[in-house]
Design a protein around this ligand. Structure first.
Ligand SMILES: Nc1ncnc2c1ncn2[C@@H]1O[C@H](COP(=O)(O)OP(=O)(O)OP(=O)(O)O)[C@@H](O)[C@H]1O
Ligand SMILES: [Mg+2]
Length: 363
């Protein structure tokens, strides 16, 4: 296991014309389970391949603990990497596929057997150990590939690039919890790439959100939900994602149209601002008094346990998640309030403040 440190790492596939990864300085801490989350094309695989050595970054340096590995090829890095589609020895049995990484490094026979059986037990492969891997369905083959990535105890890190794509959805939940169990057991530094927020949030100690070649925020799942540091995190995490309203800061107040919705935190310079608030933190009231903002209800999605109320506010669409008892009719006018400390101010997509209560206003 190692701490993996990237110093000013950036990558361009076309000699500096476009940057798949923008300069980043970032540390993967020893023994933690990370999810690397972001949309297609944001640079997840590029970042993983730079860590494993399949790719040499255009700029920057990489350290595994005190050892610089920037120019070191994959074989010299001691990384286990699992790809999106199964990479196996077709003709070998499942057992031999799992044993291969251990035999290759001269583990004693008994130790090989013990480790293969442990991983096979956890991943539900026991009854398939003697079968040739090409006889398995693609989902099962991928589980074997996953097992191969997890079988070695001494790796610097395990990198998993969307490893459950070809696996049956029902099986995914089970496998993710097995992965967590194996992680607790081995204490590997683990990076799990996904574009699926649920997968990321349920799996990781820490979620690293990548957008357009940049890490926009990293934190525990709750932190990303409650306290998005970037508009992208607000949109990408949550279902539906964060609402964003155009507003302005003037005289210390945050305004949406004519309505003052709160005070701006700190000494935020006056000017345009974007106000981000998740549907969960928008309250609908019938009180017109500040800081209520008038909104027209445009539709309601009844979700069973709760309703999603769609509204128009000063020309912007907005969604509020409310309990099913507080239903408003489409066409009616309602007043919105934001839960204290849960509406944020953004400039250039980056969080720059919080909406604080107006003096003397009821919460
Ligand atoms: N071998 C390559 N040559 C040129 N451009 C590439 C190459 N590989 C990736 N890219 C480009 O670099 C950017 C990042 O790609 P990357 O594959 O790292 O994204 P990703 O987040 O893994 O996407 P996905 O979720 O689709 O796997 C994209 O714009 C992609 O088109
Ligand atoms: Mg990829």
């Amino acid at each position: 296991m190692a701490e993996i440190r990237l110093e000013g790492v950036a990558h361009s596939y076309d000699g500096g014309g476009t940057w798949a990864l923008k300069p980043m300085t970032w540390t993967w801490r020893t023994g933690r389970a990370y999810a690397l989350l972001g949309p297609s094309g944001c640079g997840k695989t590029t970042l993983l391949n730079i860590v494993s050595g399949l790719l040499t970054p255009t700029r920057g340096r990489i350290w595994f603990d005190d050892r610089e590995v920037t120019g070191v090829p994959p074989a010299g890095r001691n990384i286990a990497q699992v790809f999106q589609f199964p990479v196996l020895y077709d003709q070998m049995s499942v057992y031999d596929n799992l044993a291969f990484p251990l035999r290759n490094r001269g583990y004693p026979r008994q130790e090989v057997d013990r480790r293969v059986r442990r991983v096979s037990g956890l991943l539900g492969l026991d009854e398939h150990l003697r079968r040739r891997s090409r006889r398995l369905d693609p989902g099962r083959q991928q589980i074997v590939a996953l097992g191969r990535g997890l079988v070695r105890p001494e790796v610097a890190a395990v990198l998993l690039d969307e490893p459950l794509t070809v696996v049956d959805p029902a099986m995914k939940w089970t496998l993710r919890s097995k992965l967590k169990e194996i992680h607790r057991d081995t204490g590997h530094t683990l990076v799990y790439v996904t574009h699926d927020q649920t997968e990321a949030l349920t799996f990781a100690d820490e979620v690293v959100v990548l957008n357009d070649g940049e890490i926009v925020q990293a934190g525990e799942p709750g932190e990303l939900f409650l306290s998005p540091a970037h508009e992208f995190v607000g949109h990408f995490i949550g279902s539906p994602g964060m609402n964003v309203l155009d507003g302005a800061v003037a005289g210390g107040l945050v305004r949406v149209g004519d309505a003052a919705v709160g005070r701006a935190s700190g000494d935020l310079p006056p000017g345009p601002v974007r106000i981000g608030v998740r549907p969960e933190f928008v309250r609908l009231t019938s009180e017109e008094a500040p800081p209520g903002i008038a909104a027209r209800v445009t539709g309601i999605d009844r979700m069973g346990a709760y309703d999603l109320v769609h509204a128009q506010v000063n020309g912007h669409p907005l969604v509020a998640r409310t309990d099913a008892a507080a239903v408003r009719e489409p066409g009616s006018v309602t007043f919105l309030r934001f839960a204290e400390g849960r509406a944020f101010l953004f400039r250039d997509a980056v969080r720059c403040g919080v909406v604080e209560p107006l003096p003397g206003s009821a919460p």
